[in-house]
Design a protein around this ligand. Structure first.
Ligand code: SRM
Ligand code: SF4
Length: 569
């Protein structure tokens, strides 16, 4: 243990550290808990270990009061997150996710803000079968959650150029390299025999107590910052010269989470510390992860993310430690330019194939009476010979469609009236909301179920101002954990209580600046009354090409924030 660590992190270890240590490389007593017929839940400790296996125990919060009245235990159910590195899934995998959603979950598929699948509402008795069936499709849920490296994000458009495709491969390599090595997953879910005595098991990168906190990596390919590279603990920015990938700028210490009222917690932007060649990228990732493993705060989980490790010790300390561990120095960072952090919709041609990006409101794939989205996508998956790409903005690309197959897919898009982003307002096209109620245990307010109707009301204001097609990034999170990355949005809402939100303004269209608190604890009427004059003035006074987030700063509504340390000032 390093000396500096002792000096900075006094106090007893967080209870989660005990749980990890006692779990015997993520086994805990999950198997026993799953077999217990008395309750639909598992123990509190196992629930924490279960996260490393990609699942959270939840209860339907819509039913909580009624069940309490009836003296029943909460309606326990499990959320399952399926890792999809870089967001690429085959049509077969898509079809299986749909089948599992019907068979075991709530009939919907959720595309997440980190390009993964989620199923909600799985009962304890069905969890094992669901994971097994996911495994049969060559996907897994290991390390989708927990104190490990999560789903590695990557620009979805690997068809755009050879560089995009190469970058995707590095994302996969990093993901594989940083996957936990424990046999627990196979033993618990796949009934695999113990290949080694679990007492002799090792985790070469993580060790027995894994990381102090979750860890996130993403690779952006400019000019698109679709993965919000500066929100990642570790971000890579692909640098091209003469259409060749020459390497990556390395960004460290981004993160979105905070706690209301606790100014020691804050969203932070990643900082670019240098440049590495492509074949160094896995080593850089490993060393950064081990630095966080060794120096991250294990006494206080609210201070345990990598951003706080860096902010406590300084960026120069990090660079020096990284250089020592790598045995070489990063080169000076290279120039790059981002143009946006959203998706563009509709058909594009690339690499002699066609690709259709479909807007999926808040990533929820379900059928409603007037919008049979799930059925439409299922019918497409049945005939699709390419693949599906889950975007970092909760949308979907029907990718790698041959010229011959395009007409049939287009016909299905028309038959099921699958919404082409182009028909929507610029605000909706750039919107994201986290899951929140009824499944998220941490939600303080609605998000996914509310943002669409709020946008409708803001759209009316935009329409009056002649700005219906203006691209504005709007995001909502049901609590300050920031799962929809609201601190990077031009207009952001963070849940404070039922029907009440803090309104933040001033993020940039490219995801390179944090937003700032503008109004606290306001409901819908006040939200609309607050936004109306801003939007009207923006329509009249904006400069040529000026984005809304830039305008609210120039017009002095909020200050520009480039460091999380200034977020609460
Ligand atoms: Fe998240 C916790 C959903 C992306 C920051 N997040 C949760 C939990 C598991 C709630 C819980 O701990 O009980 C939510 C489950 C809700 C549900 O019912 O499904 C949840 N997070 C999600 C997803 C599904 C939101 C979505 O609408 O897509 C995203 C899944 C991503 C994935 O596939 O891996 C999701 N979460 C994010 C992001 C965005 C990102 O990673 O790009 C963030 C902000 C970036 C970051 O990590 O700093 C994020 N989630 C959090 C945090 C705050 C962490 C912190 O630093 O304080 C928590 C709470 C925690 O970890 O204690 C959290
Ligand atoms: Fe839940 Fe909060 Fe994340 Fe929304 S931001 S999914 S409410 S933890």
């Amino acid at each position: 243990m390093a000396k500096e660590k002792d000096a900075l992190h006094q106090g007893s270890l967080d209870d989660m550290e005990r749980i990890k240590e006692a779990s015997n490389f993520l086994r805990g007593t999950i198997t026993e808990g799953l077999a217990d017929p008395i309750t639909g839940a598992i123990s509190a400790d196992d629930n924490k270990v279960l996260k490393f296996h990609g699942s959270y125990q939840q209860d339907d919060r819509d039913l909580r009061d009624e069940r309490r009245r009836q003296k029943l235990e909460p309606a326990y159910q499990f959320m399952l997150r399926v890792r999809v590195p870089g967001g690429i899934a085959t049509p077969e995998q898509w079809l299986v996710m749909g089948e599992l959603a019907d068979k075991y979950a709530n009939g919907t598929i959720r595309l997440t803000t980190r390009q993964a699948f989620q199923l909600h509402g799985i009962l304890k008795w069905d969890l094992k079968n669901t994971i097994r069936e996911i495994n049969h499709t060559l996907m897994d849920t290991l390390a989708a959650c927990g104190d490990v490296n999560r789903n590695v994000m990557c620009n979805t458009n690997s068809y755009q150029s050879a560089v995009h495709a190469e970058v995707q491969k590095w994302a996969q390599k990093m993901s594989d390299h940083l996957s936990p090595r424990t046999g627990a997953y196979h033993e618990i879910w796949l009934d695999k025999e113990k290949v080694v005595d679990s007492r002799e098991e090792t985790e070469p990168i993580y060790g027995a107590t894994y990381l102090p906190r979750k860890f996130k990596i993403g690779i952006a390919v400019p000019p698109s910052n679709d993965i919000d590279v500066f929100s990642q603990d570790l971000g890579f920015i692909a640098i091209q010269e003469a259409n060749e990938l020459v390497g990556f700028n390395v960004s460290v210490g981004g993160g979105m989470g905070m706690t209301h009222g606790n100014i020691n917690t804050y969203p932070q932007l990643g900082r670019v510390i240098g440049f590495c060649a492509p074949d160094q990228v896995v080593a850089v990732a490993e060393q950064i992860v081990t630095i966080q493993r060794d120096y991250g705060n294990r006494t206080d989980r609210k201070q345990a993310r990598f951003k706080y490790t860096i902010d406590a010790r300084g960026i120069d300390w990090l660079k020096q430690t990284l250089h020592e561990r790598l045995g070489s120095e990063l080169e000076e960072a290279k120039d790059f330019q981002f143009k946006n952090n959203g998706d563009s919709y509709g058909w594009v041609e690339g690499n002699r194939k066609w690709h259709f990006t479909l807007f999926i409101e808040n990533g929820r794939v379900k059928d409603t009476e007037d919008y049979p989205l799930r059925t439409g996508l299922r019918e497409i998956a049945k005939i699709h010979e390419g693949d599906f790409r889950l975007t970092p903005n909760q949308n979907l690309v029907i990718a790698n469609v041959t010229k011959q197959r395009k007409a049939r897919i287009e016909q299905l898009i028309q038959t099921y009236k699958l919404t082409n982003g182009g028909q929507l307002s610029g605000l909706r096209r750039n919107s994201m909301a986290c899951v929140a109620l009824p499944t998220c245990a941490l939600a303080m307010a609605e998000s996914e179920r509310y943002l669409p109707s709020l946008i409708e009301k803001i759209e009316a204001i935009l329409q009056e101002a002649g700005l219906h097609q203006e691209e504005i990034v709007i995001r909502m999170s049901g609590c300050p954990n920031g799962c929809s990355r609201p601190a990077l949005a031009e207009i952001a809402f963070i849940g404070k209580g039922p029907g009440k939100y803090n309104l933040y303004l001033g993020g940039s269209f490219t995801g390179e600046r944090l937003s700032k608190l503008y109004r606290e604890n306001i409901g819908e009427q006040e939200i609309l009354a607050t936004l109306r004059p801003l939007i009207t003035r923006y329509a009249k006074e904006r400069l040529d090409g000026e984005h809304f987030g830039d305008f609210v700063i120039r017009a002095n509504y909020v200050e520009a924030v480039y460091s999380g340390l200034d977020f609460h000032r």
